[in-house]
Design a protein around this ligand. Sequence first.
Ligand SMILES: Cc1cc2nc3c(=O)[nH]c(=O)nc-3n(C[C@H](O)[C@H](O)[C@H](O)COP(=O)(O)OP(=O)(O)OC[C@H]3O[C@@H](n4cnc5c(N)ncnc54)[C@H](O)[C@@H]3O)c2cc1C
Length: 344
Amino acid sequence: MTQVAQPLFGEDSASDALAEGTVDVVVIGGGAAGLNGALILARSRRSVVVIDSGSPRNAPAEAVHGFIVFDGTPPSEILRRGREQVRQYGGRVVQGEVVSAEPAAPSADGDLRFTVTLADGRSVTARRILVATGLTDVLPEVPGLAEHWGHSVVHCPFCHGWEVRDEPIGVLATGPASIGHALLFRQLTEDLTYFTHGTDLDEDSRARFAARGIRVIDTPVTEVVNDTGGALAGVRLVDGQVVARRVLAVGPRMQARTQGLEGLGLPVQDLPNMARGFASGAAGITEVPGVWVAGNATDPVAQVGASAAAGALAGADINKVLAIADTDAALQGIVEVGPKGATG
Ligand SMILES: Cc1cc2nc3c(=O)[nH]c(=O)nc-3n(C[C@H](O)[C@H](O)[C@H](O)COP(=O)(O)OP(=O)(O)OC[C@H]3O[C@@H](n4cnc5c(N)ncnc54)[C@H](O)[C@@H]3O)c2cc1C
């Protein structure tokens, strides 16, 4: 298969060579979760390779908000610094897309092995895998909506709510979760309109909306309307009426990025808020021995800070499991394990 990897997100397009032999951990996905997992592992003197296809979920956003210290920093800058820090401790960050990951024959002492293959045909063997591939936001099919995603079409009141405060905001409902979403956006503006757009809105919720001054429109929306400068100006209803809005809040369907990882056999489950992600337990452990998951791939509501924290927890857990495996191997006298882990 020939597929060209997207450049790493941001100005830094450097890509390290893929390691020879067996590495301790391959991290699939180099967003906040994957990079923080890799940082913990590299600082524990584990050989770690991050493979990243360069399309983090928040790529359209101008800045990351709600993340202490980094509030207001462009996503590309946070990732550039994260890659630099992983490399500082000997971790590798490789630009590429993983198209297959699967268990391989175990080592002589019975330790797990995985083969990870990139779209350009290169492959690497790893003792453990951390999946941190994030998720895809699937927007409702309303003409003109997608082009404003991450700017005037927003989903997260904590990420960009402050930036759109006091604007005329419309909530384009996508399901029951939109009701709670509306109350959060009402905290940010007094001018809020709720477009039911074919979803149910019960009488109790209508009364609660009325009490908070939230206008409800049941006529379906047909398209997003722009002003002459291309900025979002409102929505057109099926009856032709245009309702002026500067911002639309939409709850997308959130689907973990699972492509290429099928060979790992990770269970996928439905989650609240129209989401689907990898099933995991504490510290990102999964039912599949040797495979951990972190960040939006398993927790769709995790923001950047929570995703980074999840990656760090998974990285620490992987290091702990590897330390036990190294000790088992030493007891058997089969492999000589150095501070950088197994190499053959
Ligand atoms: C528009 C928008 C704005 C946001 N703003 C904020 C904000 O202000 N504050 C905040 O805290 N959160 C914000 N978020 C949420 C934030 O994007 C997520 O919390 C965060 O990106 C999750 O990190 P992650 O590492 O799990 O996934 P991601 O950041 O999505 O990283 C996953 C990485 O894995 C790579 N990948 C996927 N599949 C493969 C594969 N097969 N092979 C190799 N690489 C692969 C992708 O290219 C990507 O680089 C925003 C989200 C959106 C949509």
